[in-house]
Design a protein around this ligand. Structure first.
Ligand SMILES: *Cc1c(COP(=O)(O)O)cnc(C)c1O
Length: 451
């Protein structure tokens, strides 16, 4: 165990002040209820981001719809909108109830971002949005585009030529690289993805086949980002997509909330004081779940309750928020190895920008063991015919944590009598791009654990 001082205090003192650090260090599954939560309305008005920023991002994505339909024929059916289905998973609810003495009432839904077009993960929201915004600003600056034009013209040779004199760089554990690599290459940018050691080989191969430069690192995600940032700074024609600090990325994710509102209404699902909505979001560096939480709180205020999910080996956001040290502490500082099969969540240090933005908005964070992720993959395949990657399964453990150890939260929110009218929404964050042989190995691993 480390003997470092964190902000002048030895680890033992931190452990005394934050009793949950002990099970966290022991890699036990825990639920942390956020003591810093505040009423949404007041909190939102104190932030530097506002509802109008979410709407602005949504409108930008609409402007791009004509271009996206041309560049990605799979988007014809949705008229150029990149969105995923929302679906009830009642058979999976039965499974969860077998694990928890039928304590789970209400509806269980899955938001199927594993099926998002173009890159098959939640990163098709933030990552793609930031690339599109950068392309738009260049084309407008060069006089090739106005906001009133049909953005289909961005597929023309003269625009590709403009973009080919710029480059885009990003550091990634895999999926962000896929989203940004695919979209940047399609527009004509030169693109470099700095990949951490956790990144899966098939993701690197796929990117290289699209003409993307992939640089591999033997170290973790933080290092890949740092190197990418350094190289990009040296080149004025290079735009670095900063997963840790980017407002654009965050806002790209937040648009999901406006779309979800419509989907819930279509399913005639109410969200109000008597019909709480619980949302479970897998968390890596924090941008995805953070942006979505921000959007959902802006729409539903205190009627939505957002919980983040992290692997027991990589609980970076929990550690950063609980101690209020944000990116001033890494999971390796408390002796954890940041090694998990959930590659999208293998992050040792959270985004401080996200942590500070959502600190008073989220309801809590829980951890989940890798074995459990594989059990969920197996059960979800059998029961719902859905195939997801390990990171994406982390949300499924949320209802169990809430019902087994979240009673203080439910009481504090005055929801004891409303749980039968609740909706539990598990955000499934990736999977459809996983090669079939890799998916089969996940399934087989889950089968072993369930026997
Ligand atoms: C990146 C990722 C997440 C988490 O998003 P962050 O913005 O890093 O918090 C969750 N699931 C999958 C599959 C991912 O690729």
């Amino acid at each position: 165990m480390t003997t470092h001082l964190f902000h002048q205090k030895p680890l033992a003192t931190w452990m005394h002040e934050y009793p949950l650090l002990t099970p966290l260090i022991n890699k036990q599954e825990i639920l942390w209820i956020n003591p810093y939560i505040k009423p949404a309305q007041g909190e939102l008005s104190s932030l530097s981001l506002h509802t109008k920023d979410i709407k602005d991002a949504k409108e930008r994505l609409s402007r791009f719809s004509s271009f996206l339909q041309i560049a990605f024929p799979e988007l014809k059916a949705s008229k150029g909108i990149i969105e995923s289905p929302l679906q009830e998973i009642a058979y999976m609810k039965d499974y969860l109830n077998q694990q928890m003495n039928n304590m789970l009432q209400g509806k269980l839904l899955m938001k199927c971002d594993h099926d998002l077009p173009i890159s098959g993960s939640i990163k098709a929201r933030g990552g793609i949005y930031e690339v599109l915004k950068f392309a738009e600003s260049l084309a407008i600056k060069e006089g090739l585009l106005t906001e009133e034009d049909s953005y289909a013209l961005l597929a023309e040779e003269r625009c590709k030529k403009l973009f080919s004199s710029y480059s885009i760089a990003v550091g990634s554990t895999g999926n962000l690289g896929l989203s940004i690599g695919i979209m940047s290459a399609t527009l004509g940018f030169n693109v470099t993805v700095h990949m951490s050691a956790d990144a899966k080989k098939w993701k690197k191969d796929l990117l290289r086949s699209k003409g993307v430069t992939v640089i591999e690192y033997q170290s973790d995600y933080g290092k890949a980002v740092e190197e990418g940032r350094k190289q990009a700074e040296a080149d004025p024609a290079c735009h670095f997509i900063d997963d840790e600090q980017s407002r654009d990325l965050f806002l790209g994710y937040s648009v999901a909330a406006l779309r979800l509102k419509k989907q819930l209404a279509e399913l005639r699902i109410q969200v109000d004081a008597e019909h709480p909505l619980f949302v479970y979001l897998p968390c890596g560096v924090g941008g995805g779940p953070g942006g979505i939480t921000f959007g959902l709180k802006a729409i539903y205020g205190d009627h939505v309750h957002c919980f983040f999910a992290e692997p027991t080996h990589s609980p970076c956001m929990l550690l950063g928020l609980m101690t209020e040290l944000h990116d001033g502490i890494s999971v390796t500082d408390i002796g954890l190895d940041n090694a998990t099969a959930a590659d999208g969540l293998a992050v040792g240090r959270p985004s401080s920008f996200v942590g500070e933005t959502i600190k008073s908005l989220i309801s809590g964070i829980y951890t989940v063991e890798d074995d459990q992720l594989f059990r969920f993959i197996y059960e979800l395949a059998n029961r719902e015919n859905m195939y997801i990657e390990p990171s994406a399964a982390a949300g499924l453990q949320g209802p169990l944590h809430l019902m087994e150890s979240g009673s203080s939260y439910i009481q504090a929110q005055g929801l004891e009598n409303d749980m039968s009218k609740a909706t539990h929404l598990v955000w499934s964050t990736g999977g459809s791009m996983v090669p079939v042989e890799v998916m089969n190995s996940y399934y087989e691993q889950g089968k072993k654990f369930n026997e």
